[in-house]
Every structure is written in C-alpha cells, then in structure tokens.
Design a protein around this ligand. Sequence first.
Ligand SMILES: [Zn+2]
Length: 218
Amino acid sequence: MTPRPTDMLDEILAFVLAAACTGCDRIGAALCPSCRRALRAAPLTVRTPAGQSVRAALEFTGVTARCVRALKGSGQTRLAAPLGLALSAVIDVAGLDGIVPIPTSRAAFRTRGYRVPELLLRAAGASPLRMLRHVGRHRDQRGAGVEERARNVRGSMVARPARAARVLLMDDVVTTGATLDEGCRVLREAGVEVVGVIALAATPRTVRFPADSAATHL
Ligand SMILES: [Zn+2]
C-alpha cells in the first residue's frame, strides 16, 4: 500500500525532530552551536614514551571525545568537517613535503569503509601521503598500558619506499603515543625526516607541557 502524503510528512518530521546533537544529546541539530564551539581548536602539546612532542588540536574529553567516537565508531563522517577544521590549526607544512597519516588496519577499514586520519586530513585541506602501511594483525589497544601498547605496535607498520624527504606524522587520537613513536621509528629508518608530529586530539592522561613552551616544530 502506498503511504498517504501526510503519513510520509509525519515520518519525515519525526525523523528531523529526533535528530540529537552528537556532543550533548540535545534534540534538534546533529551538532548544536554550543558543541560546535567546543570543537574549536585549543592546541596542547603532549609527549610520547620516546620523548617525541606531539601537537594536538583538542583535548580528548567531553564533546571532542564523543564526536571522535561517533566518527570512528558509528560512521558519522559528517563530523570530519568540524573536526578537520580544528585539526587545521596544528597543520603547518611550510617547507615540508606533506603529512603522513598513521595507517589504518585492514580490519578497521573493512569495518568502517574509510580511514579516519586520512578523512580528517582531507577535511583539514591537506593531502595525505600514504608512506606507512599497516602489517600484521590488528590489535585492539583499548585498555592496554603504556608498555603493552609499545609492545603491541612494534613491527605493526612498514614504510613504503620514500617519496618524500621531510614530513609531519599524524594520528587521530594520541593515547600513550606508542603508535606515533613506532611510525617515527619506521619512517626515520626509511630515511624520511619526521619534522613534527600532530594529532587531532590527545587524552588528558598523557603527560602534558604548556603548549607554547614545548620545543615542537609547530
Ligand atoms: Zn550539543
């Protein structure tokens, strides 16, 4: 039976009204003005276990954490635009060949259908340089400690033959920084100069330094 036009209108209205903000669950907009403001870049610098400083656009808490989880876990790719805008605040490629994203495992790509770091870079107006490739099986890092994460990521990626000499390395979320350390190690072994490391967001439990006093490239 063909639905009557009024029934269809009711359904459409119900759908529109049911749209809730990803950041705060408020009904009415997919991302409310207040949560949009919460996603404005507030750069901070964190350090990896190997001592590499990482410039992150946002702290991985509150609205940011909810939006990143929705982008990574529930296919809400429209969030790449506001998150990419925040990321662009920590991108400075002057004199560099480009930005290398941490590679996405096959399993994660199969599940999501997109590569989160690449999606964010494109939304920030940058073209990702695919110089790292994920190898071996995907390990879920959630809940793992600093040393366990470092052990898990060792040998998890390889560098493609160098097409660029001076790059930034990038990941979506820095937790301990073990993945970024491994990315730096592999790229440097391949003769690539990693000039700086950036991320969209950093978890607050990472050791923090005042953003303007840290010796970073950016
Ligand atoms: Zn909101």
